[in-house]
Design a protein around this ligand. Structure first.
Ligand SMILES: [Zn+2]
Length: 512
């Protein structure tokens, strides 16, 4: 409990890089890989020195190539000048055996912040760690899976970066496999996690985890203020002029429920995007969130969880004296009966819907995006660089492509259009109809463009797998192909996956 960093926690040994770690004299006493640049070399040297000082583990070799032994360690003073002592004993530092594993940057809300490469190396066979009793106290060897198990049982306190690193490490059966995965000199990931409040507790998330984008949008400086629990009682303010109301219709197909968005402010009036299914309480909440001033109602598409609430919301507004037009795209004959839809006015691709205030405006630009549904559209909030993606891009679930109204080639072409829009409009965040906000600061991992690229890659990887299965089983039925191409998906999801499989098969036949 007296340690200077993470008191009471099990941590990896480590510490700050010192000037001597980067000196030409130290470099001259160090083995390096041809691919190891100076930065990686200095990090490796600091790690070797810290492991020695804190734990008495010495990653060094004699001239004949033998590793340093317990006897070598015992002969050195752990508080004396490190490199000079190694030289005197004929040892060179084995930085060529140290690899970068991950790169962590401490979260923004913490008073002391660190930028830390996590490094990995095999410890020489006969050495045993002995704690320095200053920074390390109780060295243990523990398998990653066992550490996580004991942590879950409350018997092994570890902090977030340790937990996530062990989660990745537990996938490897052997040290050699870990080292081989690090041969590229690049970390598995670079992460600066973000924190929010979920189920009454502080919880942290990495860039690829569902709540990250929302935390980046709502609390950019890392303030610990945002609640992530899903509820349908009150609006969630995402920006000063953007609120989200989630309908109380959670389910297998709707995730936490359908997200309706209210864009605008008291000076400009509001546009409601996707009023949801018919649900009087939900439409009443939308009306209240807009302060009773709804100028337009827009549906991204006409599936039953998105558009049936539009007419009731319009009628509610009309009872209060003003009837906002209902905008969108009419359903095509390919749509299922429950998705039949005719707006008051058809939206043109590229059209701008403008809310005008005395000194500012909010502009929503329409992008036609067929694929999930033939009458699907997305909206770009130009002033804020946000994309309302409807069901075309989701967080926490995969968009279903259900032919004939859904179409895989159209879906992919629409993704291309959205990616282009992200670049031209500097879009950082995507607000989906199901799940948390996606995205990150423009240009960082998992920003809006990156999210779309990963989505496309995911689809194309699935398609490649389907194509391989079709070639291996040319006489197979759709059921045969489904079982193999979606063997990583729980079988309860197969009825839904069958629709996507059909869409992929249709596209592959179009391409052949
Ligand atoms: Zn939906």
């Amino acid at each position: 409990m007296t340690a200077s960093f993470a008191p009471g926690a099990y941590v990896f040994p480590g510490g700050g890089i010192e000037a001597a770690d980067a000196s030409p004299n130290t470099f001259a006493q160090t083995r390096r890989r041809p691919t190891q640049d100076d930065t990686r070399l200095v990090q490796a040297i600091a790690a070797i020195r810290e492991s020695f000082e804190e734990l008495g583990v010495l990653l060094a070799r004699h001239v004949d190539g033998r590793h340093a032994t317990t006897a070598d360690v015992a002969a050195l003073d752990r508080h004396g000048p490190f490199v000079a002592q190694c030289v005197a004993r004929g040892l060179t530092l084995a930085a060529d055996e140290v690899f970068i594993l991950a790169h962590w940057i401490t979260d923004r809300d913490l008073p002391r912040r660190f930028d830390v490469p996590f490094l990995v190396a095999r410890v020489p066979e006969d050495q045993e760690p002995v704690a320095d009793e200053k920074e390390q106290f109780e060295p243990v060897w523990v398998r990653p899976a066992d550490a996580l198990e004991r942590h879950r049982a409350g018997q092994f306190f570890i902090i977030f970066p340790t937990i996530r690193t062990l989660e990745r490490l537990q996938a490897f059966a052997r040290v050699d496999e870990v080292l081989a995965s690090c041969a590229g000199e690049q970390p598995w990931f670079v992460s600066c996690p973000r924190a929010g409040i979920l189920a009454g507790k502080e919880q942290r998330f990495m860039e690829h985890e569902p709540p990250f984008g929302e935390l980046a949008l709502v609390c950019p400086e890392g303030q610990m203020v945002h609640h992530l629990d899903w509820q349908s009682d009150h609006p969630v303010p995402l920006l000063r002029n953007v609120q989200r109301l989630t309908c109380g219709n959670p389910g297998v197909m709707t995730g936490p429920g359908t997200n309706s968005y209210v864009v605008g402010d008291p000076d400009t009036g509001h546009i409601v995007i996707d009023p949801g299914p018919e649900d009087a309480e939900h439409q009443e909440r939308l009306w209240r969130a807009a302060g009773g001033d709804i100028r337009l109602i827009v549906c991204t598409h006409s599936h039953p969880d998105h558009s049936p609430g539009a007419r009731p919301l319009q009628a509610l507004c009309e009872r209060h004296g003003h009837k906002p037009p209902l905008l969108g795209l009419s359903s095509l004959p390919t749509a299922r009966a429950a998705s039949h839809f005719v707006p008051d006015r058809e939206l043109a691709d590229g059209e701008r819907l403008v809310l005008e205030g005395p000194d500012h405006r909010h502009t929503l630009r329409v992008i036609h995006t067929p694929g999930h549904a033939a009458n699907h559209l997305c909206l770009v909030l130009e002033e804020d660089g946000l994309l309302f993606s409807g069901d075309h891009v989701l967080n926490g679930s995969t968009t279903v492509i259900d032919p004939p109204d859904g179409h895989m080639s159209d879906y992919l072409a629409s993704l291309d259009r959205l990616e282009a829009a992200c670049a031209t409009d500097h879009i950082e965040f995507i607000l989906p109809a199901h799940g948390y906000v996606l995205g990150n600061v423009f240009g960082d991992a998992h920003d809006a463009t990156d999210v779309i690229r990963r989505l496309r890659l995911h689809r194309l990887q699935r398609e490649a797998k389907i194509l391989a299965v079709m070639r291996a089983l040319p006489e197979g039925t759709m059921q045969d192909w489904l079982a193999q191409a979606y063997d990583d998906v729980p079988s309860r999801m197969w009825p839904v996956a069958m629709r996507s499989l059909t869409a992929h098969v249709e596209r592959l036949r179009e391409l052949m």
